[in-house]
Design a binder for this molecule. Structure first.
Ligand code: PEP
Ligand code: MG
Length: 879
């Protein structure tokens, strides 16, 4: 077996694709060397050795020793120096390198191979005694702490003593003789602490460092990190041994880290920092201020690498182009300049912000480095949220109060108010308000609309507040259990801090964080790149993307973001308008059909106007309108004066009204008298809604292209329910078309949101034109898990790994997904062309969209602001 892969020493055994065997760093060093870039020679000991080492109590494969010796001999040959040679010593670095970079592991030992003899050789070769002794003491310090486990304070104390003895403050004021003394002090201290002499034999040093890297794979920090990031323990780490180059041998030396493009904006400029006469760790240590790469980016007083070392800089610029062309992605690189000669020490794909990711993908496609499909793959759909909403300024000061669920993205600041009416009143005066509620209900819609952001202390990711806020594009933190709301005192408390109504807080709906006071924000900028990438996504996507929208504003937003119709119009959200609510209450509270019809007649024109507007905005596109769904009690009058008003309109007394309200209340409304169950008992409500839809369709058809209404019956459990509703709707259609003297195409379908409906979908399909999966209720009923109460304990399930993800956010493929798949198959077995969509919150979640693509749904429908996310996710799912 080959345990060792050489690079740069006249042969390159590895390639970039071999990252599983060689780790990311080793694979890329080999790749860079093989495309002719200046890489100091070295070799990589494979991750398989790590696995062997871990499984054999720290032992190595028998033939490893020979392979390491042979590889090191090639490095000696290439460099022209010998390991342990007092006159001309080869020095090496030893670094870990897993498949993915992993903090928590031992990472680097530099200058290995130095001892009391070879330090003199380094002095002779460099002509600089101070440099040589400084390098030696750095080596003892690094090796002592990372390999031998000596606390780093013990080393710092010795330096402090040396400075004190000389009466100086800076390391730079110490001379060669001082460093020599420090090195001696280090060795003595190491013997004291570890009970053994510091290893002076270079081979002992090398095997010590290699063992420390492999051993660190199983240290507690690394194990924790792997658990948090789902990294399997059997991946192992590789070890890279590489000839040292020095960036700290004088003013013609330097070291730096940079990105081939700006990682925060994506701009195509060379971006990074370097330091003259410094070793790698000095750049990150923050003691000296690193300087910019390009002259264009240099501020007054700064000295760019371009100006200071023009030849090495020019070489680096050429390397940058080669790397980008070769890897076809933005690179994060480390380099060292030794005596004006450039060496590459690392390259990897660079991390970047959402905005940069988008710009880089589009630019690289335009530059011909990648194709359109690859550009589409490169951008994380979830990150688009960041681009569509204001976000907190990453540099702003902040004072966190608590954290809840990240229910709707974006950031908002405003004064705290505790009621929807107050929110509306203060917003009308021009104030920014944050509506804080234990939970919200449909009665709060106006306040949610008026608010800049919404905070609730109860409820999960599909609670009313979360769903409505996402639909409106309002930032929302839901289920913040750490906040106690005291409506009576008009105050909230969180983490020991009390915030009164009228005081300011800030929400970050993307992280779920809540802050005291105002936090500075950055406004979203939608670049042309966004449109470009979206158009490329649309070229490859199969799934259609619709929006969940009921107001004209939502519908317009949805179209602006590219929605191809409405997949769910929740008509109950149209009932809370102050002009309508009293008629709605009259309808519910009436004990006779005549009374209800009377009230419904008042509602008809309002509903018709609503649909006319939606059909106009969605001209020529499908619009799915769902019949009234929620339990009636949500509309009940609460206050005395509301009860009195309804009593008067119905000609009843107050006591009767109170009794009726009590009758209507349910123990478990989510499983109660809602959805199509309302149409079974009060068919006149569905009749009114159907009439409003058809009359509106006729009006719009006479002006322009006829809309295609898709009428959707909610919460169907049996075929019979849908049959009855379907017949009611058809009857109204015939009536309206006769009156209008024209007919319009329409469809009647159902939501599949109960397990029974999914399992009997073949029967239900006999009377349905389409299915739309209501995965919010389907998740609730499949898990037997209340949507509105789950926020209290579901986060714990996810933290403890009992559930991999919140099933209200990302579809539970094994359970809920299985039901969706069964229903899709059964439905299409009955009707091959049955149109299938999804309109639960999962319709905007990339992983769930990928699932929908896999089972061949026709469309997904999501809140307007998630439409771009869904378009991109659907494209990636299709690729
Ligand atoms: C659903 O249940 O998934 C759905 C879309 O309907 P609602 O959220 O209105 O219950
Ligand atoms: Mg539902």
């Amino acid at each position: 077996t080959s345990w060792v892969y050489g690079f740069g020493a006249g042969r390159n055994d590895g390639r970039a694709e071999m990252r599983n065997l060689l780790g990311g760093k080793g694979a890329n060093l080999a790749e860079m060397a093989s495309i002719g870039l200046p890489v100091p020679p070295g070799f990589t000991i494979t991750t398989e050795v790590c696995t062997y080492f871990t499984g054999n109590k720290g032992a190595y494969p028998a033939d490893l020793d020979g392979q390491v010796k042979a590889a090191l001999a090639r490095v000696e040959e290439a460099v022209g120096a010998r390991f342990g040679d007092a006159a001309n010593p080869l020095l090496v670095s030893v670094r870990s390198g897993a498949r993915v970079s992993m903090p928590g592991m031992m990472d680097t030992v530099l200058n290995l191979g130095l001892n009391d003899e070879t330090v003199k050789g380094l002095e002779a070769a460099s002509g600089d005694a101070r440099f040589a002794w400084d390098s030696y003491r750095r080596f003892i310090q690094m090796y002592g702490s990372v390999v031998l486990g000596v606390d780093h304070h013990r080393f710092e104390e010795i330096i402090e003593d040396a400075k004190l003895a000389k009466g100086v403050h800076e390391d730079t004021q110490l001379t060669a003789a001082d460093w020599q003394q420090v090195a001696a002090g280090y060795k003595e201290m190491v013997r004291e602490v570890t009970g053994a002499d510091f290893p002076l034999d270079p081979w002992a040093q090398l095997w010590g460092a290699i063992g420390a890297v492999f051993g660190s794979w199983m240290n507690a920090r690394a194990i924790t990190y792997r658990r948090l990031h789902d990294i399997p323990a059997d991946w192992g780490t590789a070890v890279n041994v590489q000839a040292m180059v020095f960036g700290n041998m004088g003013d013609d030396c330097a070291t730096g880290v940079c990105f081939t493009r700006d990682p925060s904006t994506g701009e195509n400029i060379f971006y990074g920092e370097y330091l003259i006469n410094a070793q790698g760790e000095d750049v990150v240590a923050g003691i000296r201020t690193p300087q910019p790469m390009s002259e264009a980016r240099a501020k007054p007083g700064e000295r760019s690498m371009e100006a200071a070392m023009p030849a090495a800089y020019a070489e680096l610029v050429a390397v940058r182009a080669t790397l980008e062309k070769h890897y076809a992605d933005m690179q994060d690189i480390e380099f060292t300049v030794q005596r004006n000669k450039l060496y590459m020490l690392q390259t990897r794909n660079g991390k970047r912000t959402a905005a940069a990711s988008l710009k880089i993908a589009v630019d690289m496609a335009n530059e011909g480095l990648i194709d359109h499909a690859e550009a589409v793959r490169r951008v994380n759909p979830g990150s688009l949220d960041q681009l569509l909403h204001p976000t907190l300024d990453p540099n702003a000061k902040r004072n966190m109060l608590t954290r809840g669920l990240p229910a709707s993205p974006g950031a908002a600041s405003g004064v705290v108010v505790f009621s929807a009416d107050e929110a509306e009143a203060r917003a009308q005066k021009g104030e920014s308000v944050i509506l804080v509620r234990v939970e919200t209900s449909p009665e709060d819609i106006h306040g949610m609309h008026a608010a800049r952001g919404i905070l609730t202390t109860r409820g999960g990711m599909t609670s009313h507040a979360a769903v409505v806020a996402r639909g409106m594009g309002r930032p929302c933190v839901a289920g913040a259990g750490g906040v106690v709301v005291d409506y009576a005192a008009q105050a909230l408390s969180a983490g020991g801090v009390v915030v009164q109504a009228g005081e300011t807080i800030t929400l970050d709906g993307g992280t779920g964080e809540v802050f005291a006071g105002t936090v500075a924000m950055v406004e979203p900028k939608l670049s042309g790149d966004f449109e470009t990438l979206m158009s490329w996504a649309d070229e490859v996507r199969r799934l259609k993307v619709r929006a969940n929208a009921e107001t004209p504003l939502d519908a317009e937003t949805a179209r602006k973001f590219g929605a191809e119709g409405i997949g769910l119009c929740r008509t109950e959200h149209m009932f809370f308008d102050p002009q309508r609510i009293s008629a709605v209450r009259q309808m519910i509270m009436s004990e006779t059909e005549a009374g209800r019809r009377d009230a419904l007649a008042k509602l008809l024109p309002f509903q018709r106007d609503d649909f006319v507007e939606l059909f106009r905005i969605m001209a020529g596109l499908p619009v799915t309108i769902r019949l009234l769904d929620p339990p009636l009690h949500e509309f009940l009058p609460h206050k005395e004066e509301e009860l009195a008003e309804v009593a008067e309109s119905l000609g009843a007394d107050l006591a009767t009204m109170k009794r009726r309200a009590a009758d209507l209340s349910e123990a478990n409304p989510m499983l109660g008298h809602r959805g199509c169950r309302l149409a079974m008992t009060y068919p006149e409500i569905a009749e009114m809604q159907a009439r409003a839809i058809f009359e509106a369709a006729v009006i719009v058809a006479k002006e322009a292209e006829a809309p295609v209404p898709e009428i959707m019956v909610p919460l169907v459990a049996t075929k019979k329910e849908l049959e009855i509703s379907h017949a009611q709707i058809d009857k109204v259609a015939r009536e309206v078309f006769t009156e209008a003297g024209m007919t319009i195409d329409y469809f009647v379908g159902t939501m599949i949101e109960l397990p029974r409906a999914a399992l009997t979908a073949d029967k239900i399909a006999e009377t349905a034109d389409f299915f739309s999966f209501g995965t919010n209720d389907l998740t609730q009923t499949t898990f037997g898990l209340s949507r509105d109460d789950a926020g209290k304990f579901l986060p714990h399930y996810v933290e403890k790994g009992i559930l991999p993800k919140d099933p209200f956010v990302s579809i539970d493929v094994d359970g809920v997904g299985a039901l969706v798949e069964i229903a899709a198959q059964k439905g299409r077995a009955t009707k091959p062309g049955l149109k299938l969509g999804i309109c639960g919150e999962h319709g905007g979640d990339p992983a769930s969209i990928n699932f929908c693509e896999g089972i061949g749904l026709d469309y997904v429908s999501c809140s307007p602001y998630r439409v771009p996310v869904a378009r991109l996710a659907a494209a990636q799912a299709a690729l």
